[in-house]
Design a protein around this ligand. Structure first.
Ligand SMILES: CC(C)(COP(=O)(O)OP(=O)(O)OC[C@H]1O[C@@H](n2cnc3c(N)ncnc32)[C@H](O)[C@@H]1OP(=O)(O)O)[C@@H](O)C(=O)NCCC(=O)NCCS
Length: 178
């Protein structure tokens, strides 16, 4: 499902799910309180990479999307950039949604919204998290079977690819390879 806006997302929700007070912000700088929260989540979640506050602040400079319920941070996603053979490549990175809001398409909303911001760039997504793989099937243009592609070394430069990892790319990334 594709969401054009948070209003559209909210309108799809059943009345008993209280997501009305959830708002979405696209930012390039994080407050000390937001940084502390994100660092803690990166430390306690096995699916996320741990980094310190300086690192997350640097990453936020490329763009981060924050979900807030009232004043509480309940979700986030970052843009992550690489340079490959002189070409900038983007990835959505460090997706997290509060356990109390999971299963209500907030993760999908954040992934769609971030993809909309960066869809004009070559975009790659490598993940072993089933829910993220599922959402990627609806957003990305190609799923890549790694051994068939010459960029195996590119991917493995950053990721320890195992059998349960799946790789998705968009049209722009595909153009770059061909
Ligand atoms: C991953 C995470 C962000 C998902 O958030 P969420 O808001 O619960 O996800 P959504 O409700 O948007 O789920 C979206 C879709 O995934 C599906 N889904 C949920 N769990 C799934 C699973 N285990 N396998 C496959 N699909 C799954 C849902 O049914 C839904 O599909 P639909 O739109 O076709 O109905 C959340 O679980 C989280 O923060 N986890 C900890 C951090 C993490 O793992 N981050 C990802 C790092 S790559």
């Amino acid at each position: 499902m594709h969401f054009e806006s948070l209003d559209q997302y909210n309108s799809l929700q059943t009345p008993e799910i209280d997501t009305n007070q959830v708002s979405c912000k696209y930012v390039f700088e994080l407050t000390p309180k937001e940084l502390e929260f994100i660092v803690n989540k990166s430390e306690s979640n096995r699916s996320l990479e741990y980094h310190d506050a300086n690192y997350f602040q640097q990453k936020a400079a490329s763009g981060a999307m924050l979900l807030k319920q009232w004043d509480e941070l309940v979700g986030f996603i970052f843009e992550h950039n690489y340079i490959y053979q002189g070409e900038p490549i983007s990835e959505r990175w460090t997706l997290w949604v509060s356990p109390k809001l999971r299963g209500q398409k907030m993760g999908a909303f954040l992934m769609h919204s971030m993809t909309d911001k960066i869809r004009d760039k070559p975009l790659m997504s490598v993940t072993n998290v089933p829910v993220v793989q599922h959402i990627n099937q609806t957003i990305m243009d190609f799923e890549v079977i790694c051994p068939e592609w010459s960029f195996r070394s590119l991917v493995e430069e950053w990721w320890p690819i195992h059998d349960n990892y799946r790789i998705f790319i968009n049209n722009k990334f595909h153009d770059l390879l061909s």
